[in-house]
Design a protein around this ligand. Sequence first.
Ligand code: FAD
Length: 420
Amino acid sequence: MRYDVIVIGAGMVGTAAAWHLQNNGSKVLLLDRKLPGLETSYGNAGLIQREAVHTHPFPRQITEMVRVLPNQGTDIRYRIPALLRYHQALLQYWKYSTPASVKKIESEWQTLIAHCTSEHQKMIEASNADELITRDGWLQLHRSEETLKKAVETAVIDREKGVEHRVLNLEELKALEPNANFDGFVGAIHWLNSWQVSNPSALVKAYAKNFEEIQGTIVESNVQEIQPENGEEGAGWKVITNKETYYSDHLVIAAGPWSNELIQPLGYNLPLFPMRGYHQHFKVSDKNTIHHSMFDMDKGFVMGPMQQGIRITTGAEMTTMNAPKNFGQLKTVLKLAKKILPLEDAVESEAWAGSRPCMPDMKPVIGPADKHDKLWFAFGHSHQGFTLGPITGRLVEELIHDKPLTVNVEPFNATRFSKK
Ligand SMILES: Cc1cc2nc3c(=O)[nH]c(=O)nc-3n(C[C@H](O)[C@H](O)[C@H](O)COP(=O)(O)OP(=O)(O)OC[C@H]3O[C@@H](n4cnc5c(N)ncnc54)[C@H](O)[C@@H]3O)c2cc1C
């Protein structure tokens, strides 16, 4: 079968790209080896993060490094095989994390974040998915006066960037979340214009359903190989799956942390690396109901009200894609979480794990491939791919249809690593 565009990957990013393209006149095939929204876009904390105007740099201060080194933290852990495997990307990550470099990166990153809620809103409306969204922000809890003071100072500056907040003392916090025990905390920032999604996978599915309603095609099959059609540059694409072979004029790679596997045979070697996270749900009762997602800033984990239960989401574990699960970080997080809320019955017997697709300069890759015509990249959104899927999808559509761009994509191009 022939399509105008094939999009590989039905996570938040690929689904949004397919939706925008189909909505704007292309005949699109969205391919995934699973149903839409079942990988990284399933297991995240479900926040559409208008407040995320800052990136996550590599720790460079000695005190930070000494803290991370024993590998017992709740926010970040690492495994030696991953450090060896991704050492080049990590070295680049370290280099990009100087204050001057982070300042530039964040100014570029913010051009995407500025569109996150407005772009989701269009897709939410079209997909009738409003019941999955809560628009009264989320809570960033602090255990130390020092970290709270610093965060408040930054939040005040970030008002200029469109981020709305208010500072809460413990009484105000308790009034918002009466079931939580805030012993050990000193206060919080309430991020007011970020949104919560009660089932991230269901939101991707709702967008995918709307894509089908507008005559887009979704096929569940594993892409084994991509090739220029007839072996000829610029002719189009041949996509070989475990079931059928498909053809298209344009091809979009939106396979999240697996994107490199698809493009390496074509001669691309982008420094994409995974950062794993875990989650587990706990049954909701009168005693533990919460209304806002709460992020324990000093310990680095999230507790969120989801349809499946209260979702406890860990920070990052630097490991390889197929390494067996290691529940050490989650266990430590659960001990802390259970002091905040009574969490008695786990919903799943085994916790979920998935990988954030990360780039060393903390920015996604959005734009044309440099070695092939009509090949487009949309991956590497690390900690905020759920937030940034819709604006990325819009940009991919504008690029492929050769329209004026909503955001300058130059800072996100695929060649930025080969230029160094
Ligand atoms: C614990 C955790 C918490 C997070 N919290 C948040 C949050 O609150 N807010 C936020 O914005 N982001 C959050 N993130 C990050 C966010 O989840 C990711 O950035 C985002 O989901 C990436 O989306 P994606 O579409 O690029 O990748 P994915 O959702 O992983 O989709 C990629 C798809 O490609 C498919 N695929 C891969 N290879 C092939 C192949 N060969 N053939 C066919 N299909 C293929 C996969 O099956 C998959 O469905 C979190 C991540 C984690 C791990």
